[in-house]
Structures are given as structure tokens and as C-alpha cells.
Design a protein around this ligand. Structure first.
Ligand SMILES: Cc1cc2nc3c(=O)[nH]c(=O)nc-3n(C[C@H](O)[C@H](O)[C@H](O)COP(=O)(O)OP(=O)(O)OC[C@H]3O[C@@H](n4cnc5c(N)ncnc54)[C@H](O)[C@@H]3O)c2cc1C
Length: 493
């Protein structure tokens, strides 16, 4: 019976691909409809003189999520992508010339913190790392692994281990926790940046987000050929297992039918027993996929929005600093970055993340190499379109800031290599350019994201806008929740 069920996946982002793979393993017939001409969604590349350069995610953490996915479909991750663990998690540069690496080896990180900021700072670093680990371990099961996390589930976790409450610091923001954890402002700034991994400001995100540091400290992997190779490998596997993917095929309507749902594209109307929607769930609440399903998730599950970004992706020859694969050039003061961002404005003194995609393991390419630079930005308005003057202003700001901190590029890329929040809004409809779904601000934000099973029978969500949230591993994990729900509801094995 199983192979007669037809499941349509709308979107070939990482969670759409992961859903398709897991569904194929149940014996279902799987069709993926993707609006773009390539898989990966935000995990995309743009052309450069040195080859395709990643223009989306660059930091791959929580390797076990991908091992689990490939194992669930009878495969081994290593057979499909080559992952290399980075010795240096990230190289950090401050405007006063201070530089410091955080490393895969915790003892090396400890030594680097001690040598840069002193013995007391290194002790504070150890205590903060232990807290992050404790929180990650405690909340993995009741949050990430739970299909429907609830206050009750969290309360039970805390009741079992009341001291956790102290570690959670539920009354504090991440910034508040960092203030009480670190004497050194630079370390507060460094660890505050982890809120941006899920599109938040450390001044408004809960202290619990400190657990993101633990996810990163357990390992950052580089994918041979770039992050996009992961999406390519998953696409190849879907084809090999009999799934079909239709690119350049935006879905315009999802409607309940007497049995299952009907999915409409410009040139076809297809019936499905279930549909996994991998686009931004805000598109559903906006009625973009039809009025009949617009109430399938609560508006509070998609609004307010998380941060967007201005992203440069290009090839050039760098000069001035010994770069690692992941580099962070901090602004003068985090308040000068997150203050304007919270008011919907671009910061004039931003922190800039620089990914030197071709570096790692001591490698330094001889000729031009590939770079991605990310500057956090506020989400845009629904009618915003790319504005060339703003794009040029942003491009100048990025390269002037880096030049002030001693890093230059030849040739200096122009604004045509910049993706703006309005561009992201156009690529990911109704997202307002937000890259991480609903904002993580507020103490209960993690409980507000929509879960995999929606209020419309047969319609499920998978992706960074759904539980357990944004980031490549989390979005990939959301597919597990969606497919488990479908298996139960359709009686698949
Ligand atoms: C610049 C940038 C840097 C990032 N850095 C990191 C990082 O270092 N590490 C990390 O873990 N995460 C990072 N992220 C976040 C991460 O990329 C995302 O959380 C994750 O890729 C989202 O995957 P998703 O499955 O939600 O799908 P998305 O990538 O959002 O893709 C959704 C897909 O659905 C398609 N779609 C939508 N609507 C329709 C429709 N109606 N019909 C057909 N197709 C449709 C879209 O075209 C798209 O391909 C970054 C994101 C960006 C943009």
C-alpha cells in the first residue's frame, strides 16, 4: 500500500530535500516542485571567476544530523560528500588590532583566550562553555527532538533538574547573561554574535541561545566543493531513489481535495495524499498559496521577523590579514550594530563575517579565491525592491570598513555581487528578506514557531521557518518531524 501514497514537497531547500529523501525511504511516491532552477534554496551559489561561490550558509555544524539523515535512507554521509573538520572554528579581529582564534580543540581555545585576555577571562570562558554544553544537552530532547515542544515539557525538564533554571537564566537576555559571564567586553561581543545565527539580536534574544556556542564548539565542517555540494548530493540521491524533482516550477496553489490535497503550478494540477511545504510559512499566512490554507499556521508563528543580511559573494585576491576559513571583523560596539538593526536601519559600524571558502587546514590558494561576506541587516518591507544606490552604499560601507581594519581585495567587487534583503525577499516570497523565519526575540519565541503538522489535514511544514528553527542542521532536522507526522497520519512504515 505504501508505494501508492503520493507526497508532494514544495521547495528544494535543505529541508525539502531531506523530507523527500526520508519519504522515499517509506516507499511513498515523491515529487518535488521547486521554483528556482537549482536545489538548495538559501544554500545557493553565484558564479565567480574562481568558480561557483557559496552565497548562503558556510558554517556546517551538528554533523550527526546529516549522518542520521543519510543512515535513515540506507546511505552513509561520507559516501556522498567529503567533510573536513576545521581546526579553527573562527578567527576574530577587533578594530584595535586584537585578534583571536577559537578552535576545535577546547584546550587551544582556552589557551588563546588566556593569552589574549588573561587567566580570569579564560576561566570565564570555560564556565560559559560548560553552561552552553549543559543547556544544549538538557534542551536537545524537549526542544529540538520533540515534535511539539511545550512549556509543560520544558517545565518537566527543569523540575527534574532545578539547577538548570539558574543555567537558563530565564529572566535574562543573551546580552544580560554575557554581561554577567564575561568581564571582557570583546568576549561579550564575540558570544553575543551567536544570536545572529538564528536572526536575532543578543539584546533581545533569550540567554538560552548561549547553547548555540556548544553546537559550534563540537565541530565546524567544510564541505569539499562548497556547502552547495550537500544539496547537490541530496538531489542526486533523490533521483537515484526514484523521486522526481521539477525545477523552475513554482507552486501557486495548495487546496484541500476530497482525498488529500491538490497542488497547482502554472502548467499542471497534481493530487497528493500529503504535501510538505518548504517555503517560508509566512507565504501561507499571507494567502499566497490560496485562501483555503492561509490559517493553517498562526500569524504569531511567522511574525515578527528575524534578521536579513547584505551578502557579497565574489572571487578576488585578498591582502592584509592571514585569513582562516571563517573570519569575523567586529564593529566598534555591538550597540552600534544592534541598535540601528532593531529600528529597521542598516548599521554604520557593522560586524562583518568573511568566509574564505578556499582556505582551511593551512591552505592558501595562489590566485584569486572565493569569498562570501555577510553583514546583518533588518528585514525589508513587503513592497521593497532592490535599490541600486542603496546597494552601492552598502558595498562601499563593507569594503571601507574592512580596509580600515587592514583587509583589502583586488579587484574590489562592485555592488552587482551584492544580495540585498529585497533580493532575498524576491527569491523567497513573502519572507520580507528574513533569513531565519520568525524572530527568536523574547523568552518564549522557541515555542511559537509553527510545528510540522499544520491545521490543514495533509499539509506539513519543513524548513528554517518551522520548528525546531533556522540553520542548516535545524532545518534538516525539521524534515524528520514532518516525515514522522506523515508516516503516522498516512499509516506509512
Ligand atoms: C547568507 C546566509 C548565511 C547563512 N549562514 C548559515 C550558516 O553558516 N550555517 C547554517 O546552519 N545556516 C545558515 N544560514 C541559514 C540556512 O541557510 C537556512 O536556515 C536553511 O538553508 C533554510 O533551509 P530551508 O529548508 O528552510 O529552505 P530554504 O533555503 O528557505 O529554501 C526554500 C525553497 O523553497 C522554494 N519555494 C518556496 N516557495 C515555493 C513555491 N511556492 N513553489 C516552489 N518552490 C518554492 C524556494 O525557491 C527555495 O528553494 C544562512 C542563510 C543565509 C541566507
Amino acid at each position: 500500500m505504501n508505494n501508492k501514497k503520493h507526497v508532494i514537497v514544495v521547495g528544494a531547500g535543505i529541508a525539502g530535500l531531506a523530507s523527500a529523501l526520508r519519504l522515499l525511504a517509506t516507499g511513498a511516491r515523491v515529487s518535488v516542485f521547486e521554483a528556482a532552477s537549482a536545489p538548495g534554496g538559501k544554500m545557493r551559489t553565484v558564479p565567480s571567476t574562481a568558480g561557483p561561490v557559496d552565497a548562503g550558509p558556510t558554517v556546517l555544524t551538528m554533523r550527526w544530523v546529516f549522518e542520521d539523515l543519510f543512515a535513515a535512507v540506507g546511505e552513509t554521509l561520507n559516501d556522498h560528500v567529503t567533510l573536513t573538520k576545521a581546526d579553527t572554528i573562527a578567527r576574530h579581529f577587533w578594530p584595535d588590532g586584537t585578534a583571536m582564534d577559537l578552535c576545535a580543540d577546547p584546550l587551544q581555545s582556552h589557551a588563546n583566550v588566556r593569552n589574549t585576555f588573561g587567566t580570569a577571562a579564560a576561566r570565564e570562558f570555560d564556565a560559559f562553555s560548560a553552561r552552553a554544553k549543559r543547556l544544549f544537552t538538557a534542551f536537545d530532547a524537549p526542544m529540538m527532538q520533540a515534535s511539539t515542544p511545550s512549556s509543560l515539557g520544558l517545565a518537566k525538564t527543569v523540575l527534574r533538574d532545578p539547577a538548570l533554571l539558574l543555567a537558563m537564566a530565564p529572566h535574562k537576555t543573551l546580552s544580560g547573561l554575557l554581561k554577567s559571564s564575561f568581564t571582557e567586553p570583546k568576549l561579550r561581543q564575540l558570544f553575543g554574535r551567536y544570536a545572529t545565527y538564528v536572526g536575532g539580536s543578543p539584546y533581545e534574544s533569550p540567554a538560552l541561545l548561549s547553547l548555540i556556542w556548544h553546537a559550534e564548539s563540537t565541530g565546524v565542517w567544510a564541505v569539499k566543493g562548497g556547502m552547495h555540494q550537500l544539496a547537490t548530493a541530496m538531489t542526486d540521491l533523490i533521483h537515484a531513489k526514484g523521486g522526481s524533482i521539477h525545477f523552475g516550477c513554482p507552486v501557486s496553489l495548495i487546496e484541500p481535495a476530497p482525498i488529500g490535497l491538490v497542488v497547482k503550478t502554472v502548467d499542471r494540477e497534481v493530487n497528493a495524499d500529503a504535501v510538505v511545504f518548504n517555503g517560508d510559512p509566512r507565504a501561507l499566512t499571507e494567502g499566497a498559496l490560496g485562501d483555503e490554507i492561509r490559517n493553517c499556521v498562526p500569524v504569531a508563528g511567522v511574525d515578527p521577523r528575524s534578521l536579513s543580511a547584505n551578502v557579497m559573494a565574489f572571487a578576488a585576491t585578498p591582502k592584509g590579514h592571514a585569513l582562516s576559513h571563517h573570519n569575523v571583523f567586529f564593529g566598534d560596539d555591538p550597540l552600534n550594530e544592534f541598535g540601528p538593526l532593531s529600528k529597521g536601519k542598516n548599521p554604520t559600524n557593522p560586524t562583518l563575517y568573511v568566509c574564505a571558502q578556499d582556505r582551511g587546514g593551512g591552505l592558501k590558494p595562489a590566485g584569486p579565491e572565493r569569498f562570501e561576506i555577510i553583514m546583518n541587516a533588518p528585514p525589508c518591507q513587503s513592497n521593497d525592491q532592490r535599490n541600486e544606490q542603496d546597494a552601492t552604499r552598502c558595498q562601499k560601507l563593507i569594503f571601507n570598513r574592512l580596509a580600515q581594519m587592514g583587509l583589502t581585495f583586488a579587484p574590489k567587487p562592485d555592488a552587482t555581487m551584492l544580495t540585498t534583503p529585497a533580493d532575498f525577499h524576491a527569491m523567497f516570497p513573502h519572507s520580507l528578506g528574513s533569513l531565519y523565519g520568525r524572530s527568536p526575540h523574547g523568552m518564549t519565541a522557541g515555542l511559537k514557531r509553527p510545528t510540522a503538522r499544520t491545521a490543514v489535514k495533509g499539509l506539513y511544514l519543513a524548513g528554517g521557518g518551522a520548528h525546531p528553527g533556522a540553520g542548516v542542521p535545524m532545518a534538516t532536522f525539521s524534515a524528520k518531524h514532518a516525515v514522522e507526522a506523515i508516516k503516522t497520519d498516512l499509516g506509512l512504515t
